[in-house]
Design a protein around this ligand. Structure first.
Ligand code: URA
Length: 206
């Protein structure tokens, strides 16, 4: 598919996705944050779900985790606009403090992930990247379809996955979530090593 066709398909995808979730969740705070970037990128990054900043700005990875993502892109010698970035869940999973009314992030539930998976598959089928980089356990489990898989066991080691049921096979490259190195500093060196492996892997594909 050329760029124009992909853009047209993505516009339709967003419309359908919005309409689907508005029937399920009547909650107006569930604002959808869609993927963005280069639709012809050979690499797509898939995070977990948008947080507060992402929901305000309606863009993925622009909060704290986005800062780590910038360092990540430096190692890959890429600009944000070069690649396509999205999330498994397209809305912010939050809980509300009944006393203060304040919202805070929480991990997505199994139900939210199951409802979102089909939309992620549709999105990836439009972009058709050569490599899908999963950031953290939620994206890894959702994309591999394996609940028992753990990022600690497979990070930095790509394997093939089938996306959807039309025979589209791509490579899944698992990475730790960029936010995990905020609270687990010991992962920083491992993370950088994995990024270098990813760069070599991408270079080997061209
Ligand atoms: N921001 C996102 O868009 N996704 C994440 O997974 C984390 C922060």
């Amino acid at each position: 598919m050329n760029r124009e066709n992909k853009m047209a398909q993505l516009a339709l995808f967003k419309k359908e996705c919005k309409s689907f979730f508005s029937q399920i969740y009547h909650d107006t705070e569930k604002i959808l944050v869609f993927g963005e970037g280069n639709v012809n990128s050979p690499m797509v990054l898939v995070g977990e779900a948008p947080g507060e900043q992402e929901t305000i700005k309606q863009r993925p990875f622009v909060g704290k985790a986005g800062k780590n993502l910038e360092e990540f892109l430096d190692i890959l010698e890429l600009e944000r606009e070069d690649i396509y970035i999205t999330n498994v869940v397209k809305f912010r999973p939050f809980k509300k403090n009944e006393k203060t009314g304040r919202l805070s992030n929480r991990p997505p539930t199994r139900e939210e992930i199951d409802l979102s998976r089909v939309w992620l598959i549709k999105e990836l089928t439009i972009i058709e990247p050569k490599v899908v980089v999963s950031l953290g356990n939620t994206a890894l489990k959702t994309l591999s379809g394996r609940r028992d898989i753990k990022i600690g066991d497979v990070h930095g080691n790509p394997f093939d996955i089938e996306i959807g049921d039309k025979g589209y096979v791509t490579s899944l490259f698992p990475l730790y979530h960029p936010a995990s190195i905020i609270y687990r500093r010991e992962l920083k060196a491992i993370y950088e090593e994995d990024l270098k492996k990813l760069k070599a892997y991408m270079d080997s594909l061209v």
